[in-house]
Design a protein around this ligand. Structure first.
Ligand SMILES: Cc1cc2nc3c(=O)[nH]c(=O)nc-3n(C[C@H](O)[C@H](O)[C@H](O)COP(=O)(O)O)c2cc1C
Length: 451
């Protein structure tokens, strides 16, 4: 059977998709979210708000929440916009762990700007605290604006990935430095732990080293799950070797399918079953009762920003556009002259929307130049998108960025999740108590012996 056919049949045979929630700055994915009516403008510093948002995702049976981290670069215009990250991802997840029961807790931790022993300790402690729900998104970090926080310049790709491969192996070794049954804690016999099952790791690499052992016993899932985010050949290699899930970004089914296959092929090269690596591209949502209501919400959210984006749309479509005529559709002549940029994977979709006759303002309100595919419309449109990608072998699941977290997560849970469940594409209940269980990842203590 051809590879893609077998994927399609898997979907038909009842495999179900994963859903994660992007939890960034506490407001939502749209820059104007912090100013929307009904939003507490102090959510940026509110751990209670993050807890509430994670609980909303757990009500929708999402398998995980994902907290990206720079760490520490403010990429937004602070005069008018909130930074996009959490105050501190580990502290946020600790707060969420105490107030949720099932949802997986995934955060980015840089392999370049952390000592592996510190990362090992923090993620394992979170794993214990959450009873086996922790995931570490291991990324190498990019950009000199991040490196400057550590008094450094960004190392070369070779150096970053060289260190990353060592850091992950070392951390998994530290996580496995307590045997499965090492912690006895028997008050009768007085034995606290089996000394012979707690062993130093004594690893010395080119970039990092540690003696170990870690002083933390296994969690309910043994040890945290590894995630990776990125799409370069380096990312394929690192994720193929170590990761159980990839946080991705793709604009078309074809691109997502190619990405997913690249990760699966990399997993095979390291002796792993390709089904052990789940490819999870992003999806941004503005869900409302119909397309018009959803577009109006986006327009309210974006405020003055929409006319500022006309220049970029011009480049994407290869035609001059007039930002003084925001409320008119493109003319027949403009549509005939349009040539979608071959360098921007979003351009063809932008032209499709323009051809539907929407005004210039509405075209932009569809999110045609956002950084993931965007659903602006009723819940069924999101469900259709997810089903099409899933059944085409382009995704094992999706990470959802709601436009405004305060109500956008609940709307997704109430309007999209039931449709997916009815179609048999998403589970009705958590089948497991651990993140490893939610992802169907095999048990693991220490380094995967196959890699
Ligand atoms: C969907 C997605 C999410 C990402 N999340 C993070 C993140 O939270 N923190 C981070 O430092 N980099 C993040 N990255 C960046 C990647 O880790 C990587 O640095 C980037 O894709 C450049 O790749 P390269 O380092 O192989 O050149 C993300 C990338 C993608 C595609």
């Amino acid at each position: 059977m051809a590879y893609n056919e077998s994927i399609k049949n898997d979907a038909k045979a009842g495999k179900q998709m994963l859903i994660g929630l992007h939890l960034g700055n506490g407001y939502g994915s749209q820059p104007g979210a912090w100013r929307m009516p009904g939003v507490d403008p102090e959510n940026y510093t509110s751990f209670d708000a993050r807890v509430k948002q994670a609980q909303a995702a757990e009500r929708g049976k999402f398998q995980f929440i994902f907290l990206p981290d720079g760490p520490g670069a403010m990429l937004t215009d602070i005069e008018t916009e909130s930074p996009s990250f959490n105050l501190d991802v580990m502290l946020t997840l600790a707060a969420v762990a105490r107030e949720t029961k099932r949802i997986g807790l995934v955060a980015t931790g840089s392999t370049t700007f952390n000592e592996p022993y510190n990362l090992a300790k923090q993620f394992k402690a979170l794993d214990i605290m959450s009873h086996g729900r922790a995931g570490w998104n291991a990324v190498t970090s990019s950009g000199n604006d991040v490196a400057a926080n550590y008094g450094r310049v960004i190392p070369s790709s070779e150096e970053r990935y060289g260190r990353a491969h060592e850091v992950i192996q070392l951390i998994q070794a530290l996580w496995g430095s307590w045997g499965k049954d090492a912690w006895v804690h028997d008050q009768e016999s007085g034995q606290f732990a089996r000394k012979d099952q707690i062993v130093p790791i004594n690893l010395q690499g080119k970039y990092v080293a540690s003696r170990g052992p870690l002083y933390i016993p296994p969690s309910e899932q043994g040890q945290p799950i590894i995630f990776h985010a990125g799409g370069s050949p380096n990312a394929h290699e690192m994720a193929g070797r170590f990761a159980n899930a990839v946080i991705g970004a793709a604009f078309t089914i074809e691109d997502a399918r190619a990405q997913r296959n690249a990760f699966r092929e990399a997993a095979k090269r390291y002796g792993r079953d390709p089904d052990e690596i789940k490819y999870i591209p992003g999806l941004m949502t503005t869900i409302a009762k119909d397309r018009r209501a959803a577009l109006d919400r986006r327009i309210q959210l974006a405020g003055d920003l929409i006319p500022q984006r006309v220049g970029y749309l011009q480049q994407m479509l290869g035609i001059p556009l007039d930002s003084t005529r925001m409320d008119e559709p493109l003319s027949k002549a403009q549509l005939a002259a349009a040539r979608p940029s071959p360098y921007d994977p979003r351009a063809a979709h932008a032209l499709k929307i323009a051809r539907e006759g929407w005004s210039l303002r509405d075209i932009l309100a569809h999110g045609v130049i956002d950084y993931h595919p965007v659903i602006v419309g009723p819940g069924v449109e999101a469900a259709d998108h997810m089903q099409a990608w899933f059944e085409a072998g382009a995704a094992d699941g999706f990470w959802i960025s709601a436009d405004v977290n305060t109500d956008g997560i609940d709307v997704f849970v109430d309007e999209v999740v039931p449709i997916l469940q009815e179609r048999g594409l998403f589970h009705q209940e958590y089948e497991s108590k651990t993140l490893r269980g939610h992802l169907g990842a095999p048990d693991q203590y220490g380094i995967d012996p196959r890699v």
